[in-house]
Design a protein around this ligand. Structure first.
Ligand code: GTP
Length: 419
């Protein structure tokens, strides 16, 4: 049997996702109508013989309880949230909860970073891992990035024929390789010996050099992958399927588009269809069954409307996520934006961001993980985000702006952060 571990971090992580992560843990932010890590769970459930999913993080357990209960009910599989007492690092939680992971003697276990969105090729990884005769400790998923982007990720040098990882560098200062670490791994339980060595080395440093700066945490990338590279037991499977990291709200819009596209081929029932009395639907659109959308509204492409949201007559929404309980009044326009939970957009208003894809045919060009500010300290033109319970009055324009929760706007704004 197999298991999976999903790493979700905690409240100190995901800062670039604010203000959307202020009222909901980032791993539960809905993308294409589902909490981000529900997509991971669906990918895991589709793997034959995968019996348990462990979610590891340092969010208070109370923030995950309801989600976990819903997932267990929906997928009828063992799912548990294990809370780290502090940020233990990407390998620290795995080591701390090693007995829980090894319980039931899984042959292998997956590790998935909670902040990536992808068409996860888990079954292919399993087949690839099993083909490798000389007992691999780990198979990691890799994808091709551009030279410029690669240095922001873990970079992999592999043997072209055997796909053995011969060299691994985390966020190198100069170019190493265009093959990057996707944050999706398949591990043999023997990997715990390697993590134990990393843990012991860290403990030594801790006692000789003292605590501080997260020294006690063990990172999978730095403390496990780097030493494993070149030992003949670390392999990489390259994928050409869609993959992206979700660090910023802009990246959530990008991921929303791609998960909706996957629904088209696999879960058509999740996409809205034009029917008698329905609104105008263009391209891929997800509308929660409890949302109310006026039949004269036009939605799409690439739009997700959350539960109990209300979309008025003549409204136009495109490339956007409207979260639960939000309302958009008559004839307003929402483009390249995220409308937070319970926010209200008045009549004839425009809430607009700037599209982030210079070349939509290059998969990496479309990923928007730009920092909030550019080097001059100015706001990067990007999507518009309304935090939760924001009120936008009638007839105003909000362009490339970020509005913090509970703010009642009184006028138009452009390229501003409204505190
Ligand atoms: P940044 O660019 O700094 O965000 O680094 P990164 O892209 O390499 O991401 P990072 O290694 O920090 O995190 C990878 C995944 O592990 C994310 O899904 C995090 O939420 C998760 N993660 C990070 N730190 C911890 C931790 O201490 N405990 C757990 N359980 N998960 C973590």
């Amino acid at each position: 049997m197999l298991k999976a571990v999903i790493l979700i971090g905690g409240p100190l992580k995901g800062t670039r996702f604010r203000p959307l992560s202020l009222d909901i843990p980032k791993p539960l932010f809905p993308v294409a109508g589902l909490p981000m890590i529900q997509h991971h769970i669906e990918a895991c459930v589709a793997v034959p013989n995968l019996r348990e999913i462990l979610i590891l993080g340092y969010y208070p357990a109370s923030e995950l309880t309801q989600f976990v209960a819903e997932m267990v009910q929906e997928y009828k599989i063992n799912i548990r949230y294990l809370q780290e007492f502090m940020a233990l690092g990407t390998a620290g939680g795995i080591y701390h909860f090693r007995d829980q992971i090894r319980l039931g003697s899984p042959e292998e276990f997956f590790i998935l970073n909670g902040d990536v969105c992808a068409d996860f090729p888990l079954v292919e990884m399993l087949e690839f891992h099993k083909q490798k005769g000389n007992k691999p400790l780990m198979t990691m998923l890799t994808t091709e990035a551009t030279r410029q982007q690669s240095v922001h990720f873990g970079c992999i040098v592999q043997d072209k024929d055997s796909h053995e990882v011969t060299h691994y560098v985390e966020k190198p200062s100069t170019f190493v390789s265009t093959l990057i670490n996707c944050g999706v791994y398949l591990c043999s339980p023997e990997l715990f010996h390697t993590i134990a060595s990393a843990f012991n080395a860290r403990q030594q440093e801790f006692y000789t050099e003292g605590a501080g700066d997260g020294k006690e945490a063990i990172q999978l990338e730095r403390d496990v992958l780097m030493p494993l590279a070149g030992t003949g037991r670390l392999f990489a499977l390259q994928t050409a399927r869609w993959w992206s990291q979700v660090k910023t709200a802009g990246a959530a819009i990008y991921a929303n588009r791609h998960y909706l596209e996957l629904y088209r081929s696999r879960r058509g029932e999740r996409l809205a269809r034009r029917g008698p009395g329905s609104c105008q639907v263009l391209g891929d659109v997800h509308i929660h069954p409890s949302a109310s959308v006026h039949h004269t509204a036009t939605l799409g492409p690439n739009v997700s409307i959350g539960s109990s949201a209300s979309i008025g007559p003549g409204v136009r929404v495109r490339e956007s996520i409207v979260l639960s309980g939000a309302s958009i009044a008559d004839h307003s326009l929402v483009l390249h934006s995220i409308v937070g939970r319970l926010s209200r957009v008045g009549r004839w208003a425009r809430v607009e961001g700037t599209p982030c894809d210079p070349n939509p045919n290059k998969p990496f060009a479309k990923m928007d993980n730009r920092a909030l500010f550019n080097r001059d300290g100015r706001l990067n033109p990007s999507i518009t985000i309304l935090g939760c319970s924001v009120t936008v009055p009638a007839e105003v324009i909000l362009l490339n702006s970020i509005v913090l929760p509970y703010k009642e706007l009184t006028r138009s704004f452009k390229n501003e952060i409204i505190l």
